[in-house]
Design a protein around this ligand. Structure first.
Ligand SMILES: [Zn+2]
Length: 274
């Protein structure tokens, strides 16, 4: 009953507040990673993005002046991972805090001796458990044409990971998936990446993914949507798990767009994402 009422409210909202067609076309034109989506999928993404902007509050910070293109551009990227999952996967949080550029995040942690440390480190994105997503607008724009990097999808992947109550690279899997298969694929890939990073070898993924299993999931999720061939070639088992989780196959739709990083131009390191 509650679900029916919610669906009715969503349909009513879409009927009167859908992102205007011209704005949506302009948004899609700026996002090469949407190439290959069918017209029906793009319309579904437009609906999701419209509802995302209804449910989430875009809050400017650091002197940023919001412009009308910002919401749709963030929503379109943010909703791509849940295109076949639904908006409920982003339940439990509301704010998207948008800074003009990278920001200093303040963290406190207690070490083994009980001493509380207070640190500030520069970030371009951050996701808080049951709290806001924080993004740098300059970095969103700067990576639009940089195949492989996507700070919005990165932070949304953290949100999906957090649905289980832990940030460990294991989002809530579907019934037709097995945690054992996921763990096997991800553990092998993560350990392989960490070895490459430790030995100073070139890596297919942004080396920041070696920071933790949670960061590995976020980085490989953005790579999965941006340059799926990189994931499929380097970590085919992980590709299969991501395809099953996101219920999408970017590799099947993206080759026609030619969106592959040049061999001499691997994705650069991301200057810190929470
Ligand atoms: Zn991160």
């Amino acid at each position: 009953m509650f679900g029916l009422f919610r669906d009715w409210r969503r349909r009513r909202w879409l009927a009167r507040a859908r992102i205007p067609a011209a704005d949506w076309r302009a948004t899609v034109a700026r996002l090469p990673l949407l190439a290959g989506l069918s017209p029906a999928e793009l319309e579904r993404l437009r609906d999701l993005a419209t509802l995302f902007l209804r449910d989430k509050a875009l809050e400017p910070a650091g002197g940023l002046a919001l412009t009308p293109d910002m919401g749709p551009l963030i929503a379109a990227q943010g909703c791509l991972p849940i295109l076949n999952l639904g908006l409920d996967y982003y339940r439990g949080w509301r704010s998207i805090i948008l800074y003009p550029e990278g920001f200093l995040a303040h963290h406190e942690y207690t070490d083994a001796t009980g001493l509380v440390h207070s640190v500030h480190r520069p970030l371009i994105g951050e996701a808080w458990e049951r709290g806001p997503v924080i993004l740098s607008w300059a970095d969103i724009v700067a990576t639009l044409d940089e195949a492989g990097l996507n700070v919005v999808i990165h932070e949304m992947a953290h949100k999906l990971d957090m649905l289980t109550g832990e940030v460990n690279g294991l989002p809530p899997l579907h019934r037709d998936m097995a945690i054992a298969d996921w763990s096997r694929a991800f553990t092998a890939a993560y350990q392989s990446l960490c070895r490459d990073v430790d030995r100073g070898r070139p890596t297919a993924l942004d080396p920041y993914a070696a920071d933790s299993p949670g960061e590995f999931f976020a980085v490989i999720s953005e790579t999965f949507f941006e340059t799926p061939a990189v994931v499929a070639a380097s970590y085919p088992e992980v590709y299969r798990q991501l395809r099953a989780f996101y219920r999408q196959d970017p590799l099947a739709r993206l080759p026609a767009s030619g969106r592959l990083p040049a061999a001499s131009d691997p994705p650069g390191p991301t200057p810190g994402c929470g």
